[in-house]
Design a protein around this ligand. Structure first.
Ligand code: SF4
Ligand code: SF4
Length: 225
């Protein structure tokens, strides 16, 4: 079983959060039993005071590079054990639905890594929303995390809603039954970010609703850069 080696690998990355969920809830259940989900913290924990889009984008790139390293190491373990797996793409399928083939965020909530905040981002207790997620679907059974089934944002917190420049967030607390559209107008968010393509050569990363979140803003453990 690859579990022991996967856990040993993550013991070498103590700042990375990880967990397992079974896939009985999703359309991949007939091909893979489980998903391994992990969350890499952004190097610099941005707040509204020190936020710049450039630094947020840099944090994404740095976290992405670490994710790729870890994914490659897990792939090696799974190949050694001849275990079937699939690394789902991060990219959304198209600009209409704006949904990825496999939702890392849903898997993260089910694996017990965090809950969906009012900003539609996974909020972890240690880093708040300042993490980048990845997942690997694995055809093996693991001990599963305790899922989050409801939002733990304080009822009266509106920091992410107030800071959003296009008012895309609806001040709705997530539960497992809720659809994304009840929490965020994703088209509005995407239009705002897409407006920067001409200037930046890419969509704006816009991490304002992450930077504003009080979870993970203080008391976090020292991070690797
Ligand atoms: S990413 Fe930016 S535009 Fe989108 S919801 Fe968050 S603050 Fe609003
Ligand atoms: S800023 Fe407040 S409401 Fe928004 S995700 Fe963070 S805790 Fe939840």
């Amino acid at each position: 079983m690859p579990e022991k080696e996967i856990r040993k690998l993550f013991s070498e990355y103590p700042d990375i959060l990880y967990g397992f969920t079974d896939l009985s809830y999703c359309s991949y259940k007939n091909s893979y039993h489980s998903a391994l989900v992990f969350a890499v913290p952004y190097g610099k924990q941005l707040t509204p005071e020190n936020y710049t889009e450039e630094e947020f984008e840099q944090g994404i790139q740095t976290a992405r590079s670490r994710l790729e390293t870890v994914v490659a190491q897990i792939e090696q373990i799974l190949q050694k054990h001849q275990t079937k797996y699939w690394v789902p793409p991060v990219a959304q399928e198209n600009e209409t639905e704006l949904r990825a083939l496999f939702s890392f965020k849903t898997a993260a909530a089910r694996a017990g890594i965090g809950w969906f905040g009012k900003n539609d981002v996974i909020i972890t207790e240690r880093y708040g929303p300042r993490v980048r997620l990845s997942a690997i679907l694995i055809d093996a059974v693991f001990p599963y995390g305790r899922p989050f089934t409801a939002c733990r944002c304080p009822e009266n917190c509106t920091e992410c809603i107030d800071i959003c420049p296009c008012k895309a967030l609806k001040n709705v607390r997530w539960t497992l039954e809720k659809d994304r559209s009840e929490i965020i107008d994703y088209q509005k968010c995407n239009r705002m970010r897409s407006a920067f393509i001409k200037k930046l050569g890419r969509k704006s990363s816009c991490g304002l609703c992450l930077a504003a979140c009080p979870f993970g803003m203080s008391g976090q453990e020292p991070l690797r850069s």
